[in-house]
Design a protein around this ligand. Structure first.
Ligand code: NAG
Ligand code: NAG
Ligand code: NAG
Ligand code: NAG
Ligand code: NAG
Ligand code: NAG
Length: 293
């Protein structure tokens, strides 16, 4: 019996352990440096990779090193100012794209084509003024989008397709932009946030007024959907404009702006009860006079 001869000496075990540790560490680091861009942190989940880039020194989209199976990608508080279809084609399986408080001034029109499995798209806190007109017109590709956040940008208009080509949208946040009017033909049933915009309460506000009145349950912070102009109506809640009209019609001495007159007339045309109270309280002669001017 040769006891101990099959066992390696203790020094060898330590050496082997050290070698294995070093090898494992270096292979881990190589893999990490290959699969995660600089200035970002990556984590692997059962469904794919999560990538978070939140360093303010980041100014470019990291084209190299993004794990190809990235499903969640977030840029927060960076100086990223543009993003292209080419950038996004590196991450075709994205379901969650959060570009939150960066410096984006534009979006690639091909966005829905290159990332067609998106569930959530958060573009809040950027410098967007316009969206590409057809960015949301690839309806079938966008069937998965449920959440779209465009708040805290500088949007002055939104493409009509945004409101009726997203069949599964649950929440659309358009708050804190520069929107003055809403496009017509918006047959939507999702929840929407419209507060913090300078809605222009002239004759054309009738559409928004009716749209809001039809969707009281779906509009969050309804009381904060207010007029930015004209002066006489600033900060007035849009859903309560009929009350303003009622009192305006009653107070004969109030000199009404032409816009306000048309707005009230337009809104009252949608409500018979209001039309009748309007007929009772208005100074009929001045009304017909204005009408036939
Ligand atoms: C994602 O890719 C990494 C390597 O890049 C791999 O380790 C991981 O298993 C992949 N995950 C899935 C869900 O495919
Ligand atoms: C970036 O995100 C990580 C993880 O959430 C956090 O610990 C860190 O403080 C963030 N850094 C900045 C600059 O926000
Ligand atoms: C994107 O931003 C970078 C850095 O600010 C700039 O060098 C590049 O020209 C921009 N590309 C486009 C297409 O605007
Ligand atoms: C990003 O925006 C901030 C604040 O608006 C500005 O100070 C900074 O210069 C911008 N950076 C770039 C690269 O445009
Ligand atoms: C609403 O007012 C505008 C003027 O601002 C007018 O052109 C339009 O015909 C009006 N619509 C209705 C339905 O009265
Ligand atoms: C209301 O009608 C009277 C005459 O019936 C007129 O004197 C007055 O100026 C009118 N008021 C307004 C606000 O037009």
């Amino acid at each position: 019996v040769v006891s101990g001869s099959t066992q390696p000496p203790p020094g060898m075990i330590v050496w082997l352990l050290l070698t294995f540790t070093a090898l494992a560490e270096s292979s881990f680091q190589t893999r990490r440096s290959h699969s995660c861009p600089d200035l970002c942190s990556c984590s692997l989940t059962a469904s794919g990779a999560n990538v978070l880039c939140n360093q303010s020194s980041l100014t470019y989209f990291p084209e190299h090193g993004l794990p190809p199976n990235t499903t969640h990608l977030s840029f927060q508080g960076t100086q990223l100012s543009n993003i292209t279809a080419g950038h996004l084609s590196a991450v075709p399986f994205l379901t969650y794209l959060r570009l939150y408080y960066n410096n984006l001034t534009s979006l690639p029109p091909e966005l829905p084509v290159v990332v067609s499995y998106l569930n959530e798209l958060d573009l809040s806190g950027n410098q967007l003024v316009h969206l590409p007109p057809n960015v949301f017109s690839h309806a079938s590709l966008y069937s998965s989008l449920t959440f779209l956040d465009l708040s805290w940008n500088r949007l002055t208009s939104i493409p009509a397709t945004l409101l009726h080509k997203l069949p599964n949208l649950e929440v659309l946040d358009l708050s804190d932009n520069n929107l003055q009017e809403l496009q017509e033909d918006t047959k939507s049933s999702f929840g929407v946030i419209l507060s913090g915009n300078p809605w222009e309460c002239d004759g054309k506000i009738e559409y928004l007024w009716k749209w809001l009145s039809d969707r009281l349950q779906n509009v969050f912070f309804l009381n904060e959907v207010t007029c930015g102009g004209p002066k006489a109506l600033r900060d007035q809640q849009i859903v309560s404009l009929t009350e303003t009209c009622g009192s305006a019609w009653a107070v004969q001495w109030l000199s009404l702006a032409a816009d306000l007159f048309w707005m009230c007339l337009n809104i009252s045309l949608f409500s018979l009860s209001l039309v009748s109270s309007f007929m009772l309280s208005v100074n009929i002669s001045s009304c017909t006079h204005t009408l036939f001017l």
